[in-house]
Write a new protein. Structure first.
Lengths: 138, 330
């Protein structure tokens, strides 16, 4: 073999890069970490606006549809597939059950490295001090 | 001809996944065994090929140059186009690897008037190659969010930059858009131009179509047939810590995407995709142009048994003297 002093280190770097995820996860100790979004314990709050499998995949487009429905068309009620009507509101409907953003939304979002724009405009309930302001707007 | 081999090969492979998943339900085969085998083939094959290259001697000093060689001090030498230091070699290789400089030397030959030949730089291939390779790199780095926990902020920032023009959902990444256009160009180039078509082999089309299959299935999963990404990452993390299980909450499209990725990386060491390590090992690019300053010895040379005149005279001095031949030493 020629140029051992260059080939061997280069191949070691290649192996390191190819197996990097294994080392990264071992060092962080999170190889077995699974996100656990906290679900509401209250019986009355057990049912989401749509089935869980739909929500897991499509909650983002549902929320966007809601936004357009309110902002562009002024329609503030959502006719769900379970024949119930819900008020279209992130804070008053979604966050009413899933009160804690960090224990619910952020669980999976951080896991997947997702950034969203919801809280650029909305203020989530926990950020508000109790008072008349807390009752304001969607 | 080669084109149809490649297209029917790709269709056959898609058919294979559809039958395997929808028909027989071989989830473990497609989600566990094939990916593991592909990664093993990739790593082992890659190292084998590089070691095989490294074991072949480079007898000749053959850097390709397009600049003034280093000679007399008052002649200005070009250290990038005709590198005479290691730094120059590194600079030239870096420009080649990051910016594909040699593709800019691609020329289009045209006959302008009956007796006028025109040589023009053709930037299109360079542009297509740059667009393809850089967006592939961005896409690969974005996929690290499935492999790393916690996700490094670099990956998150890269995602945000890549989706910077997008305000609506679902997000279409810039790199996704560019790679599809670039792949379409690189493929059509091999179909439309007769000269390029003539030198294209089935494997050339096959690689392009495999990558196109990966890109299109990925984009479709992002835009229309969505999958549960959290469960996909849980599957990846389980695979990485060797507790394999098939993923939940995914569709056939995910299996097609995964199978084509496995196929590509398993095929990698057997194919021209090895240009990735190969660029570092090209003798025409990684040598210094010092053919006048240094003596380069062919590594094949073995010690030759020589018999010098001094030794000859030592051996035959007396007979030489006897017949009256002149000798150097008495």
């Amino acid at each position: 073999m020629y140029d051992k002093s260059k080939i061997i280190p280069a191949l070691v770097i290649f192996l390191g890069l190819a197996t990097y995820p294994i080392w990264h996860n071992t060092v962080s100790g999170k190889a077995r970490y699974v996100p656990k979004p906290e679900l509401p314990t209250d019986k009355a709050k057990k049912e989401c606006v749509e089935p869980k499998t739909f929500i897991r995949v499509n909650h983002k487009t549902l929320l966007e549809d809601w936004k357009f429905s309110v902002v562009r068309n002024g329609i503030r009620t959502y006719q769900a597939s379970n024949k119930k009507a819900y008020t279209i509101s992130l804070n008053r409907t979604c966050m009413n059950c899933h009160t804690d953003k960090t224990k619910f939304c952020d669980q999976c979002h951080t896991y997947m490295g997702v950034t969203n724009k919801c809280w650029d405009c909305h203020i989530y309930p926990k950020q508000l001090s109790p008072g008349p302001l807390a009752m304001r707007g969607p | 001809m080669g084109l149809w081999y490649a297209i029917s090969g790709i269709l056959l492979l898609i058919f294979f996944v559809v039958i395997g998943i929808e028909g027989i339900g071989l989830y473990s085969l497609f989600a566990i065994f094939i990916p593991y085998a592909a990664i093993l083939l990739f790593v082992v094959g890659f190292i084998y090929r590089v070691l095989k290259w490294a074991s072949s001697p480079v007898p000749f000093h053959i850097p390709t140059v397009s600049g003034q060689q280093k000679s007399l001090p008052w002649i200005k030498a070009d250290n990038i186009n005709s590198p005479y230091t290691t730094g120059g070699v590194v600079k030239r290789l870096a420009l080649e690897i990051l910016l594909f400089r040699s593709l800019l030397k691609n020329e289009k030959v045209e006959i302008d008037a009956p007796h006028r030949l025109l040589f023009r730089t053709s930037v299109l291939l360079w542009l297509g190659a740059m667009a393809f390779h850089w967006s592939l790199l961005v896409i690969l780095l974005r996929h690290l969010r499935f492999f790393l926990e916690p996700v490094p902020s670099v990956v998150v920032i890269l995602q945000r930059v890549d989706s910077i023009f997008q305000n609506l959902l679902p997000i279409l990444y810039i790199s996704d858009l560019i790679i599809v256009i670039a792949l379409a160009y690189l493929f059509l180039r091999r179909v439309i131009y007769p000269q390029v078509k003539y030198i294209s082999l089935p494997s050339d089309y096959f690689v392009l179509l495999t990558i196109a299959g990966i890109a299109l299935s990925g984009v479709l999963m992002r835009l229309i047939f969505k999958v549960d990404l959290v469960q996909v990452k849980e599957w990846v993390m389980a695979m990485l810590s060797f507790r394999p299980m098939p993923p939940k909450g995914v569709s056939l499209l995910f299996y097609i995407h995964l199978f084509f990725v496995s196929l590509l990386i398993a095929y990698f060491p057997l194919s021209k995709l090895m240009h990735m390590p190969g660029i570092f090992l090209s003798p025409t690019k990684n040598m210094r142009n010092t053919s006048r300053n240094d003596r380069h010895i062919n590594p094949w040379n073995h010690p030759v048994k020589v018999h010098t005149y001094e030794e000859y005279e030592e051996e035959f001095r007396n007979p030489m003297k006897e017949v009256g031949l002149p000798v150097e030493k008495e």
